[in-house]
Design a protein around this ligand. Structure first.
Ligand code: ZN
Length: 116
């Protein structure tokens, strides 16, 4: 939890401290990308010891993306459950199958399906 708070506070400070002419859409997007990357990394690291904590990292990453209207790419979108917010580790809490040339990801916590 502490790490999450620090990460979130850090990004806000970083954006505030940016010189005004750097505070462009791209400049902010760069920082947001970095933070989201880091949060997903942390979620991955924490999954083995505390999966609830990695879910919280995902929650923060999604909030961050929402706040700065940042689109989560496919790389991120496929790593968590849209309905219960669980961080996916394929094989552990998510099932990945190919059906009719489409990837189907099933969340093994809430059994919600998602096709890509
Ligand atoms: Zn789910």
């Amino acid at each position: 939890m502490h790490t999450t708070l620090i990460v979130t506070v850090l990004i806000l400070c970083q954006i505030k401290e940016m010189p005004r002419h750097h505070r462009t859409k791209k400049g902010i997007a760069d920082i947001v990308t970095q933070r989201i990357d880091r949060l997903f990394d942390l979620a991955n690291e924490e999954f083995a010891t505390d999966s609830a904590r990695s879910d919280r990292y995902i929650h923060h990453a999604r909030r961050l993306a929402m706040k700065y209207r940042f689109k989560l790419g496919k790389r991120y979108k496929t790593r968590f459950c849209r309905s219960c917010g669980a961080f996916f580790v394929y094989g552990a809490n998510a099932r990945v199958r190919i059906k009719d040339k489409r990837t189907v990801i099933t969340c093994l916590r809430c059994y919600c399906l998602r096709r890509y």
